[in-house]
Design a protein around this ligand. Structure first.
Ligand SMILES: *Cc1c(COP(=O)(O)O)cnc(C)c1O
Length: 390
């Protein structure tokens, strides 16, 4: 027979688990849930009368759907967007308010099971083509269930061809089911891109066919466009998680993720020594090197490396000093030049900040030749994950 553990035994076991992650050489990812709530409130303030929905696809941009959804709901968010049905189910399972809406941006595959799952979990499909609508309409159980329509305004990715709008506008069953009309910006983070105005005009033209239907066009950056294209509902993703929706200006959002990795080993090398695989970085002076326990298997892009022909790679912060990555980022390790850090701080076990209040996701992304969205959604699964601020 299995014996139940005493409280003392439970406590000892919990301590052992905590000690294991604390004492390990792995990195710690801290996710500040109160910052996500504050970012949602901030974006809601900017959208004013319009509702601010939350995009929580890709595991809430790597921060954890199960943790983020209840926090957003408590902050007041009632509309959620995901990419896939499986993500929608995870959101539904975490919501208390049964009337909260979940939209599935990628729409429906022509498979009966997809529709059944959407109906069971009350997920609203975002329809993007005539055949998609016809498939949905011909499933009897879907009758009376709402749908959204995505009209393509220039992305040429998903969404109804604008020339097909009149067909749906004359379809009575479609008009009855339609609960939201959406469009999507191509480059809203570039406020002066003339494409923004052209897309707003194309969206207006589609809206004229469904004048009674609530509309949604703005992503995080779209919320800040001078034209304020908020309509009934905005769809905020990146900004919620601390990314800068206004890259030309200071970041109005609060940082959400902090990533810290411990120094495992230190060594001193002479000028001329190379570091890491393929010897792509060469010391130009006597250099103190720190190896930290984090690499590309943890989502740190290899392209963030600092090599002789591209020395301005990523950096880490130790005791206020910026310390550059040197050599190739490897699977579990990255080497940092800590020569200029305060010597007292440079000890094994000291935590170096890779992301956090002083290094935003946009900063690391720029040095890795990518965007902060990719930095966030690449955040690894092997970190010691800590949630604070709930
Ligand atoms: C991902 C996505 C969003 C959210 O965009 P952010 O730039 O992260 O705010 C909004 N709408 C659609 C259709 C999306 O795919």
């Amino acid at each position: 027979m299995k014996r139940t553990l005493t409280n003392d035994e439970r406590l000892a076991r919990a301590r052992a688990i905590v000690a294991l992650s604390d004492a390990s050489t792995q990195a710690t990812l801290t996710i500040d849930l109160s910052a996500i709530a504050a970012n949602w409130k901030k974006l809601s303030d900017v959208t004013g009368q319009a509702e601010c929905g939350a995009v929580v696809k890709a595991d809430a941009y790597g921060t954890g759907i199960e943790f983020v959804v209840p926090v957003l709901e408590r902050a007041g968010c009632r509309t959620f967007f995901v990419a896939h049905v499986s993500e929608g189910k995870r959101v539904r399972d975490r919501l208390r308010d049964k009337s909260a809406r979940i939209f599935v941006l990628n729409g429906v595959l022509p498979k009966r099971e997809t529709v059944e799952l959407m109906l069971i979990h009350r997920l609203i499909p975002v329809i993007g083509s005539l055949p998609e609508w016809r498939f949905w309409r011909d499933i009897p159980e879907a009758a009376g269930f709402p749908v959204a329509l995505h009209v393509d305004t220039g992305m040429n990715r998903l969404g109804l061809d604008a020339r097909d709008v009149p067909v749906l506008a004359q379809d009575d069953s479609f008009r009855k089911a339609l609960s939201l009309l959406i469009g999507h910006f191509v480059s809203s983070e570039a406020a002066d891109d003339p494409l923004n105005a052209r897309q707003i005009a194309a969206f207006e033209a589609a809206r004229a066919a469904f004048p009674q239907t609530p509309a949604s066009l703005a992503n995080s950056s779209g919320i800040f466009l001078p034209a304020r294209p908020h309509y009934a509902l905005a769809r905020a993703g990146y900004g919620l998680y601390g990314g800068n929706p206004t890259p030309d200006q200071p970041n109005p959002m609060r940082p959400v993720v902090t990533l810290e990795a411990p120094i495992i080993q230190l060594r001193d090398v002479e000028a001329g020594a190379t570091v890491g695989y393929n010897g792509r970085w060469t010391a130009r002076r006597p250099t103190r090197l720190a190896a930290i326990g984090l690499g590309y298997a943890d989502g740190l892009m290899r392209s963030a490396n600092g090599i002789d022909e591209k020395p301005d790679g990523g950096f880490a912060i130790l005791a206020g000093a910026r310390c550059p990555f040197v050599g190739r980022v490897s699977m579990d390790l990255t080497v940092i030049d800590v020569t200029d850090a305060p010597p007292g701080a440079v000890v094994p076990g000291a935590l170096m900040q890779i992301l956090g209040p002083d290094i935003g996701v946009d900063d690391l992304a720029a040095r890795a030749g990518t965007i902060g969205y990719e930095v966030l959604t690449n955040l690894g699964r092997r970190y010691n994950r800590v949630y604070i601020g709930d």
